[in-house]
Structure formats: C-alpha cells, structure tokens
Design a protein around this ligand. Structure first.
Ligand SMILES: NC(=O)c1ccc[n+]([C@@H]2O[C@H](COP(=O)([O-])OP(=O)(O)OC[C@H]3O[C@@H](n4cnc5c(N)ncnc54)[C@H](OP(=O)(O)O)[C@@H]3O)[C@@H](O)[C@H]2O)c1
Length: 274
C-alpha cells in the first residue's frame, strides 16, 4: 500500500497527509502554511468559511513551489449553495488564493435548505468542466446523502470527522466502491489524542508522539487522506514525520478498539449522522 499518495482512477496523485488551516488567521495562517510547505506538506485544506484563503494563497505564492506541486482544496460555504453563488463565490475563492484552479472543491455542509443538492452539484460540475477545479467532493455528508451526491456528480471524497474515537465505516465503503477516498478531519481529535493512554503507550514504544501514532494509523489504512492542523511550528513538523516507523497489526487493532462514537463536531445544522 502507498502510505504517502492516493491515486485516483484518472491518475491524479493526492498527498495523503495534508495540512488543515481551520482557526488559523492572518499572519498565523501565513506563517503556518509557509512552515508546512517548507516541511514538505503538498496538500492544503482551506474553506471560504475559514477567512484565510488570501493568506494560504500568499504562502503558496511565496513558497515558490510550482502550482502543480501542491494539491489545494477549498470548500463552498453552505449559504453559497445556490447555483449563481456557487459560481460567484468559487471565482472569489480563486482570486483570494491567487490561482486559476483548485484541485478539489467541496460543498462544506449539506445545504438543501438553501438549494436542492442537484442544483449545487450541477453548478460545481460546470466549474469543473470550465477548469476552475480539477475534482469535486462533499463534506459532512452521511453515507446515504453521499450515495445521492455520487449519483449527481463525480464525487471523489467526503471530508468528515474521523479519528480513533469516531469510525466512519459506512462512508468509507461508499467511497471505496467508487475509487474515491475519505478525507479525515480533526484526525487528532482536536489534540485529545495526546492524552490517550493507549496511544501514549504505543508512542513510547516507537519513541514518537501520540499524534504521530494516530496519523500513521490513518495512513496504514487504504483510502484515507488526512489533514491535521497545527499553528505550532514544532508540531507542524513532527506531525509530518510519520515514515520512520510502522505500526504492527496488533497495534493497529488496539487503536481500532478506541472507537466509541466520540463525535466532537456536531453543530445544530448538522445532518442526521450514520
Ligand atoms: N469540513 C469540515 O467541516 C471541517 C471541520 C473541522 C476541521 N476541518 C479541517 O480539518 C483540519 C483539522 O481538524 P481540526 O483543526 O479540527 O483538528 P485536529 O487537526 O484534530 O487538531 C488540531 C488541534 O490539535 C493540536 N495539535 C496539533 N498537533 C498536535 C500534536 N502533535 N500534539 C498535540 N496537539 C496537537 C492543535 O494545536 P496547535 O495548533 O496549538 O498546535 C489544535 O488545537 C482543520 O484545520 C480543517 O482544515 C474541516
């Protein structure tokens, strides 16, 4: 299994360990993305709702990396789900990011109270057709909604909360059957993994951190891409350093057993989860 890259059927290489930018603002966002790119991350995750697309774009430009070397994802705000707003807001995102296309464009949350899913995905498909995004996906879609989305557009991922305390097997199955990948957000359970006894014990055996163990656990499972966030340079670097060790089947199973339905992100507008 390739623990560094997920290959889509069209040959697109998706770096499996990306960098999340939620709650990074202003100079913090710029500096953190710069540090991430210097460290070797080649996949950035932002969103219209994070109000940091301009800083992500500035870091991308200042890194002097070729645009094609970095896989960039942004997400459409649910309030922009009507067709005209999908187009207008994505054009604005591209201006902020300083690029003529993103690699992946997601609908951030289901938004059927704003527009029917078919309308949103048809507008997103038009953007893909016009070259403003290479690929399409959704976020925070439970499996039955994901199936519906896949019938309406060529969806390659569903970005959802996933970490050792929250499994998402039903979503993984839908994506695997279609050659897509799961994007795991909040993979470190927002830092909670650092205090977990099981993860700490496994980490001590490998002389790494519980966060490194958690990220390695993700990468040793097929079809999972993940986007940890940190605003701390040392953690940005160590979270990327997950290739000097490997987890045994027994260690993988011990981490699997931490699953307890421990969802952290459940706003009042969330859909009915699986
Ligand atoms: N689609 C969605 O609706 C959605 C929702 C949530 C998140 N996301 C995406 O997923 C990304 C990651 O999720 P997240 O930011 O919610 O959570 P996360 O990556 O699980 O955790 C981030 C938190 O963990 C801390 N941390 C990072 N590395 C650590 C380490 N090595 N040891 C201990 N603590 C560490 C960070 O602190 P410091 O920053 O202080 O280091 C921060 O408080 C987001 O940034 C965003 O891009 C998407």
């Amino acid at each position: 299994m390739d623990v560094t890259t997920f290959h889509l059927d069209d040959g697109t290489a998706v770096p499996r360990l990306g960098f999340g930018t939620f709650q990074l603002a202003g100079d913090d966002a710029y500096r953190s993305v710069m540090t991430a790119l210097e460290t070797g991350y080649r996949h950035l995750d932002t969103a219209q709702g994070y109000a940091n697309e301009a800083e992500v774009g500035r870091a991308l430009a200042d890194s002097r990396l070729d645009r094609d070397e970095v896989f960039v994802t942004t997400k459409i705000r649910p309030s922009n789900a009507a067709a005209a707003d999908v187009i207008r807001s994505t054009q604005m995102s591209l201006r902020e990011l300083g690029t003529d296309h993103v690699d992946l464009l997601l609908l951030h949350w289901p938004a059927e109270e704003v527009a029917p899913l078919g309308e949103t995905l048809t507008a997103m498909s038009q953007l893909q057709h016009d070259g403003l995004t290479r690929h399409l996906g959704v976020s925070n879609f439970p499996s039955r909604m994901l199936v519906r989305a896949c019938e309406l557009a060529p969806i390659v991922t569903d970005q959802v909360e996933h970490h050792p305390y929250l499994g998402v097997a039903a979503i993984e199955e839908v994506l695997a059957a279609r050659g897509g990948f799961l994007t795991a957000y909040s993979p470190l359970a927002r830092g909670k993994v650092a205090d977990d006894d099981t993860l700490r014990a496994i980490a001590a055996d490998h002389q790494v951190s519980p966060a490194q163990v958690t990220l390695r656990w993700m990468l040793q499972r097929p079809g999972v891409v993940t986007i940890p966030k940190s605003g701390t340079p040392e953690r940005i670097r160590s979270n990327f350093d997950v290739h000097s060790f490997a987890l045994s089947d027994v260690e993988m199973a011990r981490i699997d057993a931490l699953e307890c339905g421990g969802r952290l992100i459940d706003p009042d507008f969330a859909p009915d989860w699986d």
